[in-house]
Design a protein around this ligand. Sequence first.
Ligand code: C2E
Ligand code: CA
Ligand code: CA
Length: 260
Amino acid sequence: RNSPQRLVLGGDLAHAIEFDELTVHFQPKVSVTDQSLVGAEALVRWRHPERGLVGPDEFIDLAEERNLSGPLARFVLGRALAECARWHDEGIHIGVAVNCSVSNLLDPSFAEDVEVMLAMAAVPPASLTLEVTESMQVLENPKAVASLRRISDLGVQISVDDFGTGYSSLAYLRRLPIDEVKVDRSFVQHMLTHEDDAAIVGAIIELCRSLGMRVVAEGVETGEVWSALQRLGCDQAQGFWFSRPVPADERSEEHTSELQ
Ligand code: C2E
Ligand code: CA
Ligand code: CA
């Protein structure tokens, strides 16, 4: 936790946000039934001057510790909405998803910031999905729930990320304004070799669909898993099999033809 490397990164992070060393990559969200592109998830990266491209797992916690989660979230949201507006201008009407942390939801001004940024980017609220990790900390905290409701009332979609790992009560699925559930990749990746994982994925799909929510499987790395998800009635999928997260201006041939 207090390794010298981590301490150095912590010191640099404020500078990175201020001086534009952060960048956002996008990973396609694809319809399982017809493989059409339905959206993209924004994933932050840090172009560190000495260490190269640093992944979010190495600095999201640091941002929390250093009170930088607000500026980080606003940066990613700004980039994601600007990109989404550009897609819409090009006639590509797909959504964009942004991850948010517990402290974003505990920040009383966050919902208003989302509203203002949507208006500034002129993106319809329904084109934005906010992904919130499944944890009791968020979904059972009254302040966080109030934020989620305010954001949902704007017309923004709410997604529960890493579903199946949080051990929280299923009751909140009914009580909260949840539009989408993302099955954690630990279940998806082993569903063809571990019967238990396949049963969990199948049960999540069935439960969520019966509650009127769409289900997204993450971490799809093979065509076989894709086909299995299709059989189970999963709505959307994301994963290396279709595309890794890529910079916004990098569209492979395959995706370009998909977009046309
Ligand atoms: P996540 O939201 O669950 O994002 C999915 C992660 O899985 C991404 O890692 C993505 O690159 C990776 N992934 C996608 N497809 C596959 C696959 O087929 N196989 C495997 N093995 N991995 C796949 P990444 O970009 O390193 O992000 C890690 C986590 O950092 C994210 O997990 C999310 O919780 C967090 N994160 C990323 N961007 C942001 C952000 O802007 N704000 C906040 N608060 N958290 C963020
Ligand atoms: Ca996510
Ligand atoms: Ca996830």
